[in-house]
Design a protein around this ligand. Structure first.
Ligand code: GLN
Length: 489
């Protein structure tokens, strides 16, 4: 196998290639590290590259394979969003506040994937504390979209998405609080899945909004997403919201037929905000699924238009509480030259956080304050219940819900930075699943103006299997997911 093909291969293909001795893990890791050093800079996708450690681990993996040892991900490369704590390796959350934070432990997701044999190539860039939809709020600068370097790859897990789309790494972790896996997956033309809330441990995942945050994966095929999800998911006693239900064999069951599967098409998603060509791509994708035996049924989510304001109240409230721990005392950024303790706190937080994070902390503190709690926070929690109930009602009629992932293809860097509301509206189709704790996935379903767009599938709680089966079936009939941006071929 010529070395230049390695970069385009999926995890499943790399695994097979290594087991058939076509190439070694070391060859894979070295090929990708070379690509990261050639292209990583133009995309700004990585904050840290862990080359030395990856090479050592690849050599060990090769030794294990040589004596017939096997593990599900042995010798396979991936990258982690720089929000998952990694033992002894900078974990910055793309914030000046944590620019010097070296965790003394691994997040459970990192630990699980390591135990399965995966090799980390580095930590990916992101929006600061995962707050953003364009990857422009990072302390380390914005990430570029491999399809056009003037465009945003989406956010907040833009570094992971950009690295996978540009074939710097076949898969990467991400987190999704309001769409941060699905939206960048759609805008960069790759597969991204956010599992059910509680499916994947949040232990060691730096908190943004605890009732919404969920870890997941980016990959170049649904099959790879199934492989990785199976290894990272599962009960964790260190996370009180982790749910103790067995992890199914996602990969083993992926070929199941979708004949008779009822897919709900949300009427409200095809409103004025949706780009016509984007809508067309989604409808065409559904025809492919119909040809495979799925039944498309129109459904309503009557309160879904309230999801953006509801989310930005709940998420900001939770973030204002979670981020109060960054006071400069025990770890992270610490201001210099202060008169007293109060000024020390003010300067540390004033200098350590970026503008978007401060905006959220202020909004969150406001909606939780005594005089406004009932009017905003409590109201938002009630609307959250209504939205969850809408999904529940819909799932009494259908097995899956389908729609667009984003209103339009990738937008220009800088285009929405001065208008937070405009930026927030980009999450209109993804936020509902987070508010209701449901699993969601985006898969590439076509191109609009030469830019990829995504089909979003949302499942029932712990219904990841049917999402994956449906997505896999689609990818067997289409080749959108195999396209690679010209300059990264
Ligand atoms: N774009 C949303 C926000 O800014 C979602 C971010 C996320 O999912 N982490 O909050």
């Amino acid at each position: 196998m010529p070395a230049q093909n390695i970069q385009n291969m999926t995890l499943c293909a790399l695994k097979q290639g290594m087991s058939e001795k076509e190439f070694t893990s070391l060859e894979v890791i070295e090929t990708l590290l070379t690509r990261i050093s050639e292209h990583g800079g133009s995309l700004n996708a990585f904050i840290t590259v862990t080359a030395e450690q990856a090479i050592t681990e690849a050599k060990n993996a090769d030794k294990l394979m040589a004596v017939g040892k096997n593990k599900p991900l042995l010798g396979l490369p991936l990258a982690h969003k720089d929000l998952f704590c990694t033992d002894g390796i900078l974990t910055s959350c793309a914030s000046k506040m944590l620019h010097n934070f070296i965790p003394p432990y691994d997040a459970s997701v990192v630990k699980n994937l390591k135990a399965s044999g995966a090799i980390m190539l580095g930590k990916t860039n992101m929006d600061e504390f995962a707050m953003g939809s364009s990857n422009e709020t990072s302390y380390y600068g914005s990430v570029k979209n491999p399809w056009n370097l003037e465009l945003s790859p989406g956010g907040s897990s833009g570094g992971s998405a950009s690295a996978v789309a540009a074939c710097l790494v076949p898969a990467a972790t991400g987190t999704d609080t309001g769409g941060s896996i699905r939206q960048p997956a759609a805008l960069t033309g790759i597969t991204g899945i956010k599992p059910t809330y509680g499916r994947v441990s949040r232990f060691g995942m730096i908190a943004f909004a605890s009732s919404l945050d969920q870890g997941g994966v980016f990959a170049r095929s649904v099959e790879d997403a199934a492989l990785l999800l199976g290894e990272m998911a599962g009960f964790d006693e260190n996370d009180s919201t982790s749910v103790d239900v067995p992890v199914p064999d996602y990969l083993g069951s992926i070929n199941q037929s979708i004949k008779g599967l009822k897919i709900g098409l949300v009427r409200q998603y095809f409103d004025a905000g949706l780009d016509d060509n984007n809508a067309k791509a989604v409808r065409e994708a559904l025809e492919v699924l119909e040809d495979q035996g799925a039944e498309i049924i129109e459904i309503d989510l009557p309160n879904i238009e309230l999801s953006v304001p509801t989310y930005y109240v709940v998420a900001s409230a939770e973030c204002s509480s979670n981020l109060s721990r960054y006071d400069g005392v025990r770890f992270g950024y610490r201001a210099e030259n202060y008169k007293d303790l109060n000024e020390f706190y003010c300067k540390t937080r004033g200098e350590g956080f970026g503008a978007e994070v401060k905006r959220r902390i202020m909004t969150g503190t406001y909606v939780l304050s005594a005089g406004y709690y009932d009017a905003y926070y409590l109201k938002a929690q009630k609307v959250r219940q209504l939205i969850s109930q809408d999904f529940k009602n819909a799932f009494s009629k259908v097995d899956l819900i389908a729609g667009p992932t984003t209103p339009s293809p990738a937008f220009a860097l800088g285009a929405k930075m001065d208008d937070p509301i405009e930026m927030y509206l980009n999450d209109i189709y993804t936020i509902g699943a987070n508010l209701a704790g449901l699993p969601g996935m985006s898969i590439p379903c076509g191109f609009v103006n030469d830019l990829p767009v995504g089909l979003q599938l949302v499942g029932k709680h712990f219904g990841e299997e049917s999402l994956l089966q449906c997505g896999h079936r689609y990818q067997q009939k289409t080749d959108w997911h195999t396209r690679v941006p010209e300059r990264f071929k």
